[in-house]
Design a protein around this ligand. Structure first.
Ligand SMILES: [Zn+2]
Length: 475
């Protein structure tokens, strides 16, 4: 029956391209979605994008040409070099050393180890004309995927920072030659593929403070843009670690001990017991990575690690509260103590029509292959969602592979002609968008307006959800 309901929803509801997935969310968001539509009709991002891209200036042409040259002459080889020397998340030491060296040689000041993350960095450049202008931000990732045969760049993160560098160099030359005030910040963000979410940590440490706009490229099996609104690719997530502490004792005098593994197992079972209490869209998976070392000693230390997922953050909070209570209950029942560490959060991000349409218009103008004219569900431009709520931005992702994500085929395409052509376009489009942002005040204003309105609508949506869920999430 549930399957039937889901099928009917998928068939009849236009919501598949929206950020809301469950019937409750769709109903709660109805008014908010109407207002997003009204906002889009009023600001008409597609028409604006066509106007901007259609009215070319020699300066912008020159920026895009020089970005292409930077790609051809140096950055393509750098992308391939990183691709051939993959390092997994939090271990990208050689990659970062290489990137930092290149950035310093190109005139950037680089601060490494930002937010206390060994492989995170910020490269800064301020215009000789002064900093009284926009701060243009670019995001670069570089972690490879884990695999039993060793790390590999099956998501083409090897290209991201070279793409960002090419774009930054084109803008830097323009701002210098034309005496345009402003700043460029290139954020090196590690470990996109493994938790805890690096961008959230960097965001909370204030690393992105001051950026007026952020752009980021990514591999793609098509050229598509997002619909304006809010959403996330793969549910909102809380990553929570529960550490139980007991007291060790020899097996033969176990009455002197307090068994942390017993607490962990009890907790794990309690969470299974909660499953029918949660709405069906919930996804909860946990592991017990630490549960003692020797059978003749009462385990005094055990860890349970959970990924708790739900399509929206309001219900997710409710689930997490109940699971936290189950952990406390298991600790009480076993005479142990539990500490709860929520080490990662992924949330709905904000997608702006203004910037996504502008990206798509440039992609069409440059002849990007494999165009999908249907706007995709909004998911923000970075995976944690948090940064997108504070800083407007866009993900630029021209077709760069015949294969799907996280595959050897995508890695191979990233090192070949299809990837190279896509990355070159990504860099040119990112530079063009930042050029427009830098030089077009009315574009800056409409971006700010759209972002603040969508942000307000997102919090209204959450308020509406809290009302709808109130009877069932009451504590
Ligand atoms: Zn990725």
């Amino acid at each position: 029956m549930r399957i039937l309901t889901t099928l009917i929803l998928i068939v009849v509801a236009p919501s598949v391209a929206l950020g809301q997935t469950t019937p409750t969310e769709i109903a709660a968001a109805a008014d908010v979605l109407t207002r997003i539509e009204a906002l889009q009709t009023r600001i008409d991002p597609a028409a604006r994008a066509a106007r901007i891209v259609g009215s070319s200036t020699p300066a912008r042409e020159e920026v895009m040409r020089s970005v292409g040259t930077w790609w051809d002459d140096e950055m393509e080889a750098l992308s391939d070099h990183i691709g051939h020397n993959p390092e997994v998340g939090w271990q990208e030491f050689e990659t970062v050393a290489t990137l930092v060296k290149v950035l310093r040689a190109k005139g950037f000041t680089v601060e490494t180890g930002v937010a206390n993350l060994a492989t995170a960095f910020v490269a800064s450049w301020d215009s000789p004309a002064g900093t009284d202008g926009p701060t243009l931000g670019l995001i670069g990732e570089y972690d490879a995927l884990r695999d039993i045969e060793g790390p590999f760049h099956g998501d083409q993160h090897n290209a991201q920072t070279p793409v960002a560098i090419a774009a930054a160099l084109g803008l830097k030359a323009y701002m210098t030659d034309a005496s345009v005030p402003g700043s460029i910040r290139l954020y090196g963000t590690p470990a996109e593929e493994v938790g805890p979410p690096a961008k959230t940590i960097m965001y909370e440490a204030g690393v992105f403070d001051g950026a007026d706009i952020l752009v980021r490229s990514h591999s793609s099996d098509q050229t598509a843009r997002g619909r304006a609104g809010f959403g996330v690719c793969c549910l909102n997530i809380n990553e929570v670690k529960y550490t139980f502490t007991g007291r060790p004792a020899h097996q033969l005098t176990s009455w002197n001990g307090r068994n942390a593994l017993s607490a962990a197992v009890r907790f794990y079972t309690s969470v299974d017991g909660l499953r029918s209490t949660f709405r069906p869209e919930a996804s909860i998976q946990g592991v017990i990575p630490e549960g003692g070392v020797a059978p003749n000693v009462v385990p005094a230390h055990a860890v349970v690690d959970y990924y708790i997922r739900y399509p929206d953050e309001v219900y997710l909070e409710h689930m997490t509260n109940m699971i936290d209570d189950a952990a406390r209950g298991a600790a009480m029942a076993t005479g142990t103590e539990v500490s709860i560490d929520r080490y990662g959060e992924y949330r709905d991000g904000i997608t702006l029509g203004t910037l996504d349409e502008l990206y798509f218009e440039y992609a069409k103008a440059l002849g990007a292959p494999n165009l999908n004219e249907v706007p995709q569900r909004p998911a923000g431009y970075e995976e944690t969602g948090w940064v997108t709520r504070e800083i407007p931005g866009v993900g630029v992702s021209v077709y760069s592979s015949r294969e799907t994500y996280h595959t050897k085929g995508m890695e191979a395409d990233g090192l070949g002609e299809i990837g190279h052509a896509g990355f070159r376009m990504d860099a040119q489009i990112m530079a063009a968008i930042l050029y427009d942002y830098l030089t077009n005040e009315s574009l800056r204003n409409v971006i700010a307006e759209e972002h603040s309105e969508l942000k307000a609508l997102l919090s209204e949506y959450h308020q509406r959800l809290r009302e709808v869920y109130a009877p069932e999430i009451e504590r």
